[in-house]
Design a protein around this ligand. Structure first.
Ligand SMILES: [Zn+2]
Length: 639
C-alpha cells in the first residue's frame, strides 16, 4: 500500500553513540547494540492505526517518538526496515462505520488518507512496507495454518453452529514475558482491550481468537477454517513476521503503552509458536498516553485533538511535533494550547539561531550533546534543552527560555554546552575548520535527529541537498567516518554512508589490543594538553586506576569469547563499566567545593568523549551557592 513522501534527510554521521531504550520485557532501559557492520539491518515494527479518529495527538505522539528512534538507528549506521500495518479489519472500525451509517471500507480509506497527510506534515519517515490487513489475508491464513499444524489451536462453536478458531495460551512456554503481568492483571486487561475471557467453551480464558467465523454484516474471506476474518493480534503477527526477521534482526516492536498487553504479548506469542522461536523482537518499547489540559484524551470523553485540525488552524507542523517531543516519550503527559504556543516561540528562536553567526565549536558541541540526550532512552526534553541553551549562548536575552524547565536545569545545560565547546575547540580544530556554515550544521543535525526542519519550509522532498554534516566523533578525531558527500537521492532512508566505524568493532585480536591501548592512553589523558590533563588527574587516584586496570585486563577475554553482535554488546557493556568508575570517582571528588569548576569541565569532556551524562553538571548547579556558580559560569564563558 502507498505510504507517504520521505522527509528530507541530510547525510548522517555514523557516530558510535550507544543508544539505550526501555524494553518492557526486561522492565529496564538496556543498550541497543551498535551495528556490527555498516548497513546492518534493523527491523522496526510500529503498530498502525485502526482507521477511524485519525490522527489524534495520542497517535501522533507514538509515531513521532518511534520516528526519532528510527532516525537515531539510521544515525548509528543501521539500515532500518520499518514496517507498519493498518488495522482495517477490526471491531471498533466496524462499530464506528455502523454508528455513522457509512461503508467501513470508505471510512477506512478516508482516514488512512488523513493519516498519510498528517504523517507527512509531521516529518515522520514513512515505512518501507505500509500494509493493510485487507491486503494480507493470505499471509494471515498461512500463519494460522502453521499454528493449526502445530496442534495448538481449537474451535469453539456457538449456538448458531459457527466455529471460531482459538490458539492456546500455553502454545509457548514464555507467554507473559513481554508485559510481565500477573494472571489477574492479564485477565482484566484482556477483557478491557478486545479479549473475550468470559466466553464459554474456551479451554483457558486467556486463549486468543485467531479466526472469527462469518457473522451477518461483517466482511469475510474464504479460508481452510471456513469463511470468516482474522483476530486482531494474528494480523500484526503475520505482517511483521513476513517482513522482518523474528528472533534475529527484528530489533524493535513498538506502539502505544495500551498495546503492551494483550496486543504485543499475543503478537509475539503467535509468531513464536508458529516459528518455533523464543523471542520475536529484541526490544518491546512503548509510548505514553497524551492528555488534554489534565484529562486523559479519549474518544469516549470527546476531547480528542486532531493533527489535521491544528494544521487547519494554522499551527506550524514543526511546533506540533515539538509539543510531542517536549515531554519524555514514555511519560503520560498533557497537551495544551499553552504548550503549543511555547513550541512556536521555541521554533522561532531555533530558526534565528541557525541563520545567526555561530561558533563552529558550538555547532559541534550541540551535535554531540543532542545525540547524547537522545541516546539516554530518548531524552527529547533534554535534547530540546540543548538547542535552547545554544540559542541563549548565541542570541543572549533573545534566546528561548523554556518556562516548563527549572532555572537550574537551564544553567546546567548551558554549563555543559560551554565546557563541551572548549573541549571541542581544543581537540577538533580540523573538524571545525571544515565547517563552512555552523548554523546550517546545527540545522541539519536538528533536522536529521529531531525531524524539525529549520531552514526549509516545505516538507515532502525526497532530495538530499545542502551542506553535509561533517561527522564528529568527539574524543578522538581519528574516529571520524568520512560522510561529507551527499547520498544519492532515493537512498536516504537506508543510512547514507557505508564506512565502518571499525574502531568500535574490534574485528581481530590485534586491532582489539591496539584499541585497548588507545583507550588506556585516552583515559590516562596522554592525548590531552597539560591544562586538560590537570583536570583529569584528580580522577586518577590509586583506587580508580586499580578499578580501571582490572577492567583493561578483562576486556580482551570478553571480546575473545564472542563474535559479531555479541562482541559489540560485550564491548558496550564494558565501556559502560569504565564510565561508571569514572562517574563514581568524579562523584567522590565532588565533595570538595574547590573542584566544582574542574568537575564541570571533566564531566563535559567525558560527555564529549562518549558517555558521562550531564548529571554531574546538574548536581553542581543544584548544590553550589550562587557566588560559586557565578565563578563557574565566568570561567566557562557562560553569560
Ligand atoms: Zn499491531
Amino acid at each position: 500500500m502507498r505510504s507517504w513522501p520521505q522527509p528530507k534527510l541530510y547525510p548522517l554521521s555514523k557516530t558510535p553513540v550507544q543508544l539505550q531504550l526501555f524494553d518492557a520485557a526486561a522492565d529496564a532501559v538496556t543498550p541497543i547494540p551498535l551495528p556490527a557492520k555498516p548497513g546492518e539491518l534493523a527491523g522496526l515494527y510500529v503498530c498502525g492505526i485502526t482507521p477511524y479518529d485519525a490522527t489524534h495527538l495520542g497517535h501522533a505522539a507514538t509515531y513521532v517518538a518511534f520516528d526519532v528512534i528510527h532516525r537515531f538507528l539510521l544515525d548509528m549506521g543501521y539500515q532500518v526496515r520499518f514496517v507498519q500495518n493498518v488495522t482495517d479489519i477490526d471491531d471498533p472500525l466496524f462499530e464506528r462505520a455502523d454508528r455513522d451509517g457509512v461503508d467501513w471500507k470508505a471510512l477506512g480509506n478516508e482516514q488512512i488518507d488523513l493519516f498519510r497527510s498528517d504523517m507527512e506534515a509531521l516529518s515522520v519517515i514513512p515505512p518501507q512496507d505500509y500494509v493493510a490487513v485487507t491486503d494480507s489475508i493470505d499471509e494471515v491464513i498461512a500463519l494460522i495454518a502453521r499454528l493449526v499444524e502445530g496442534g495448538v489451536t481449537y474451535s469453539v462453536t456457538d449456538d448458531e453452529g459457527r466455529s471460531d478458531l482459538y490458539v492456546s495460551v500455553s502454545a509457548t512456554d514464555q507467554f507473559g514475558y513481554v508485559s510481565n503481568a500477573d494472571r489477574e492483571t492479564m485477565l482484566a486487561l484482556f477483557a478491557e482491550r478486545g479479549g473475550d475471557p468470559e466466553r464459554e467453551g474456551k479451554r483457558d480464558p486467556l486463549d486468543a481468537l485467531i479466526w472469527r467465523a462469518e457473522r451477518p454484516g461483517e466482511p469475510a474471506w474464504d479460508s481452510p477454517f471456513g469463511r470468516g476474518r482474522p483476530g486482531w493480534h494474528i494480523e500484526c503477527a503475520a505482517i511483521a513476521a513476513n517482513r522482518l526477521d523474528p528472533g534475529s534482526s527484528f530489533l524493535i516492536q513498538g506502539g502505544g503503552s495500551d498495546l503492551v498487553f494483550p496486543h504485543h504479548e499475543y503478537t509475539a506469542a503467535h509468531v513464536e509458536a508458529a516459528h518455533g522461536i523464543k523471542r520475536m523482537a529484541r526490544w518491546y518499547t512503548h509510548a505514553g498516553m497524551i492528555g488534554l489540559d489534565g484529562t486523559k484524551m479519549s474518544k469516549s470523553l470527546g476531547n480528542l485533538v486532531f493533527v489535521h485540525k491544528l494544521l487547519t488552524q494554522g499551527h506550524h507542523p514543526a511546533a506540533i511535533r515539538l509539543s510531542l517531543l517536549a515531554g519524555h516519550y514514555r511519560t503520560d503527559r498533557d497537551f495544551s494550547a499553552t504548550l503549543l504556543a511555547e513550541q512556536q516561540r521555541r521554533l522561532e528562536s531555533w530558526q534565528q539561531l541557525v541563520t545567526h553567526e555561530v561558533d563552529p565549536a558550538l555547532a559541534v558541541a550541540v551535535t554531540v550533546a543532542l545525540r547524547q540526550r537522545l541516546a539516554d532512552d530518548l531524552d527529547t526534553p533534554g535534547a530540546l534543552a540543548v538547542v535552547d541553551a545554544a540559542c541563549r549562548l548565541v542570541l543572549g536575552a533573545g534566546g528561548y527560555v523554556d518556562p516548563f524547565l527549572p532555572a537550574d536545569e537551564h544553567s546546567a545545560v548551558e554549563l555543559v554546552l560551554a565546557a563541551m565547546m572548549e573541549f571541542v575547540a581544543s581537540q577538533h580544530a580540523d573538524t571545525l575548520a571544515a565547517i563552512d556554515h555552523p548554523g546550517e550544521y546545527i540545522a541539519h543535525t536538528v533536522a536529521n535527529l529531531l525531524g524539525v526542519a529549520l531552514l526549509e519550509t516545505s516538507v515532502g522532498s525526497d532530495s538530499v541537498t545542502g551542506q553535509a554534516c561533517a561527522p564528529v566523533s568527539a574524543g578522538d578525531p581519528s574516529n571520524r567516518s568520512d560522510a561529507a558527500a551527499p547520498a544519492p537521492a532515493g537512498q536516504v532512508a537506508q543510512s547514507t554512508t557505508q564506512q565502518a566505524d571499525d574502531e568500535f568493532v574490534c574485528d581481530d585480536a590485534d586491532s582489539a589490543a591496539g584499541f585497548i591501548d588507545e583507550l588506556r592512553s585516552y583515559h590516562q589523558g596522554q592525548h590531552l594538553s597539560p591544562e586538560e590533563k590537570a583536570c583529569f588527574d584528580p580522577l586518577l587516584d590509586a583506587a580508580v586506576i586499580d578499578a580501571l586496570a582490572k577492567l583493561w585486563d578483562v576486556l580482551p577475554g570478553r571480546l575473545a569469547a564472542c563474535t559479531g553482535d555479541a562482541r559489540v554488546s560485550a564491548f558496550a557493556a564494558w565501556w559502560g563499566e569504565v564510565l561508571l568508575v569514572n562517574e563514581q570517582a568524579a562523584g567522590e571528588l565532588f565533595d570538595d567545593p574547590a573542584d566544582a569548576v574542574r568537575i564541570a569541565a571533566i564531566s563535559a569532556q567525558l560527555a564529549a568523549a562518549g558517555g558521562i551524562p550531564v548529571t554531574l553538571a546538574r548536581q553542581i548547579v543544584q548544590t553550589r551557592d550562587a557566588a560559586e556558580l557565578a565563578a563557574v559560569r565566568q570561567e566557562l564563558g557562560v553569560r
